[in-house]
Design a protein around this ligand. Structure first.
Ligand code: F0G
Length: 471
């Protein structure tokens, strides 16, 4: 990889700095804005919508050569080629190849969800399952990138504040690289699977008696005082890794671009990372047009939704509360980047209720795919976008499922035992939603270990159980 290439540009005031000159909190000293990584071939924000640039410009990687190279690497046995992030390293020259820390992230499946499509009123619906990454979430694609930078720059300690997935990914990649990691998580507000991972991978795990936003405040103070490398998504190198699922998705669709991408919104970095990926592909002539990107938030953690519907477009932090703990964030650091993606690519922001999230999660589970609650907001949200006429029946939409169903087993078990939703939440459901809940909830049955008893029970179930529609 040639490193002649990258620098950082403030997304607020536009000022540029070399990559290694950035402050430890990754904020612009002029305006406190966040940076993005830029390359000699990067467009300005206003030019990002312009059609493909002529390939004769030598600063630009050649699109046909890139497509060929990325396919070729699929057959290689080198770890860096087997990674679904570094296979695209020509478009993220941020570290030397020998410094890459990889768990062979990326290469995630694209599933069709025919029953969810029908439930949403669509002809077809796809899901790119980022929960099939090594630590079970999309965070791995960003962590391989930013942790590699930390290792190359000689940091001994890395840290993040997290609702659980970033910390799991950071702890794993730090362990691979032999770095020490510190995790700050809100006490009692993250899923067990995620807490277990950060301990398993050897992180110093600190549960703070505050929420995610409080954890971010403390950590930001700390990194200004100690040489700890900050791995929250304000770190722009994370987003370089998180843009690569856009490349992979277009490959999986044989070069076609879906009309619509639906992403959950928490701290609001992932939506902008995917937007950057698509914009770079468009700029380089790898795709003929851009998809829309819509962002879905939980009703109880909806600052971007409030900004979106506010005629004055003012961002006001909220006190966040949702059972989708991954996106329980009231003061999202990257909100302006996400807002730019909605404005530049088109798309909407929607909010969904706890009841809608639970139903959508069960519907994705019933397709044999499954995801964690925060990911299910995408299906709940697209149902609303279809109902509002923002997505049409024949449009090709892709849900980004961000986390694995095993991350939060307690949520799933509570749902199937009818112990998740309150009576008020269920009362707010439409009759159709109530009957869907009834058909999906599958509480375990406890029986005596006696064959006749088991047979009698099975007979009842075999008579009454609806047959799933064939796929
Ligand atoms: N989905 C999952 C499963 C997540 O873990 C997160 C964020 C998001 C969606 C939202 O992505 O923040 O880029 O808008 N989790 C972070 C964490 C905050 O600490 O693991 P975003």
């Amino acid at each position: 990889m040639t490193l002649d290439a990258h620098s950082l540009r403030c997304t607020e005031c536009g000022s540029g700095i070399p990559g290694d000159a950035v402050a430890s909190d990754f904020r612009c000293p002029n305006c406190q804005g966040l940076y993005e990584v830029v390359y000699p071939w990067s467009a300005s924000r206003s030019a990002a919508q312009t059609p493909a640039t002529p390939v004769s410009d030598t600063r630009f990687p050649n699109p046909s050569a890139l497509r060929w190279l990325w396919q070729e690497r699929r057959t290689s046995t080198l770890p860096i080629d087997q990674s679904g992030v570094w296979r695209f390293r020509d478009l993220l020259p941020i570290v030397k190849s020998e410094n890459v820390v990889t768990l062979r992230e990326g290469n995630t499946p694209l599933y069709d969800l025919p029953r969810c499509a029908a439930a949403a009123g669509l002809d077809w619906l796809l899901a790119k399952h980022q929960g099939m990454n090594p630590t079970g979430s999309f965070k791995d694609t960003g962590m391989t990138a930013a942790l590699s930078v930390a290792a190359e720059r000689g940091f001994q300690w890395v840290a993040c504040a997290s609702t659980g997935n970033t910390s799991a990914a950071m702890a794993a990649y730090a362990a691979r690289a032999g770095l020490r990691s510190i995790v700050f998580i809100p006490e009692g507000k993250i899923a067990w699977g995620k807490l277990a991972q950060s301990m398993d991978y050897g992180a110093l795990t600190i549960q703070l008696k505050t929420d995610f936003d409080g954890c971010v405040r403390i950590l930001t103070d700390l990194v200004r005082r100690f040489p700890i490398y900050l791995l929250n998504s304000v770190n722009p190198y994370r987003l370089e890794g998180q843009k690569t699922p856009a490349f992979e998705l277009v490959e999986q669709l044989d070069g076609q671009v879906p009309e619509h991408i639906i992403v959950p919104g928490g701290n609001l970095a992932n939506s902008s990372a995917l937007g950057k990926g698509f914009q770079e592909m468009h700029q380089l002539g790898l795709i003929p047009h851009l998809p829309k990107i819509s962002i879905i938030q939980a009703e109880g953690a909806n600052p971007l939704y409030r900004w979106f519907i506010d005629s004055n477009r003012i961002m006001k932090p909220v006190t966040a509360d949702t059972r989708a703990t991954a996106i329980r964030i009231g003061n999202p650091a990257s909100w302006r980047k996400a807002a730019n993606v909605i404005d530049d690519l088109g798309g909407w922001c929607e909010q969904v209720s706890e009841q809608e999230i639970a139903l959508a999660k069960a519907q994705i589970g019933a397709e044999g795919v499954g995801c964690e609650p925060a990911s299910a907001v995408t299906l709940a949200g697209i149902k609303k976008l279809v109902a509002l006429g923002k997505v049409t029946r024949e449009e090709r939409a892709v849900l980004i499922l961000t986390g694995n169903t095993l991350k939060d087993p307690q949520y799933t078990i509570d749902y199937h035992r009818n112990a998740l939703l309150t009576d008020e939440e269920l009362a707010a459901a439409t009759p159709l939603q109530r009957s869907q809940h009834g058909a999906l909830a599958k509480a375990p049955i406890v029986l005596d270990a006696d064959t006749d008893t088991v047979l009698r029970t099975l007979e009842v179930h075999m008579r009454t159980e609806p047959v799933p529609q064939p796929v």
